[in-house]
Design a protein around this ligand. Structure first.
Ligand code: ADP
Ligand code: MG
Length: 256
């Protein structure tokens, strides 16, 4: 079994009187796709925001590669190798696909003002472009390498965002509902890409509503309800778990 890259313990986030994440513990292993499911409002996106440093935790511990990361600003956490994609695509308009991917490398490696001012050496630039081309091919956008990003379809934009995240050489990628709005063909392609990413040893934490997409893809699944973990297991175990069915079908929230 591969070792844990991310360890979350006793993680709690309160917004005023609302406990959005409650004493949560789980881990993600190297090269693992960990699914995260739960009804709307269960605390999934809040958990991502805590791990990525967008929100500060009320309590708890998050270790990445054995180092504490909770409390660091988002850019420092990204620099350590945690990348995320957003529920809505955010490409840089007026720029070709390839350069959008190169910006991803920039996010990770350019941390000082001096390196921005000084610019990259020619050699670094060539290497960065070569690597970006490889990633654009990897996500299946090779034919659109020089196209302006504003001409991409919604699904192509999502693939671009994955290439851009990969350019930062992450060791963990946080995906918040990447399947939303994709066609069946695009879903199949996305699943293949995620398996390819896992094969490179990169871990993924995947929030997803679409069970047809998630269950065959995830190695393990964590289930949240009202901010707390109610189940953690193999996809087959989760599918058969009565508590999970209750969370989705019973109670006061709408099934996602
Ligand atoms: N910035 C915020 N301020 C106040 N409440 C929030 C904030 N973000 C999320 N919440 C609340 O926290 C709970 C969990 O939300 P969220 O993590 O977005 O759920 P999920 O992604 O599982 O649908 C919800 O009740 C939501 O309204
Ligand atoms: Mg959410």
């Amino acid at each position: 079994m591969s070792k844990a890259i991310l360890q979350v313990r006793n993680l709690t986030k309160r917004f005023g009187g609302l406990t959005a994440v409650s004493d949560l513990a789980f881990e993600v292993r190297e090269g693992e796709i960990l699914g995260m499911i739960g009804p709307n409002g269960a605390g999934k996106s809040t958990t991502f925001n805590l791990i990525a440093g967008t929100y500060s935790a009320t309590e708890g511990e998050v270790q990445f590669s054995g180092e504490p990361v909770l409390g660091l600003p988002p850019h420092r956490i990204a620099a350590k190798g945690i990348m995320r994609t957003f529920q809505h695509n955010r490409p840089f308009g007026g720029m070709p696909v390839i350069e959008n991917v190169m910006v991803g490398a920039h996010t990770r490696f350019t941390s000082t003002l001096w390196s921005v001012v000084a610019g990259y050496s020619r050699k670094e630039e060539i290497e960065k472009r070569r690597r970006a081309e490889e990633l654009v091919d990897f996500v299946g956008l090779g034919d659109l390498r020089d196209a302006d990003v504003t001409t991409l379809s919604f699904g192509q934009g999502r693939l671009l965002e994955i290439a851009r995240a990969l350019a930062g050489e992450p060791r963990l990628i946080l995906f918040d509902e990447p399947a939303a709005g994709l066609t069946q063909d695009e879903l199949d392609r996305l699943g293949g890409i995620m398996r390819g990413i896992a094969a490179r040893g990169i871990a993924m934490l995947l929030i997803e509503h679409d069970m047809h997409f998630l269950l065959p893809l995830a190695h393990r699944v964590v289930v949240l309800n009202f901010g707390a973990k109610i189940a953690d297991g193999l996809p087959g175990e989760i599918r058969a778990d009565p508590a999970v069915m209750d969370a989705y079908l019973g109670g006061s929230h709408a099934a996602a």
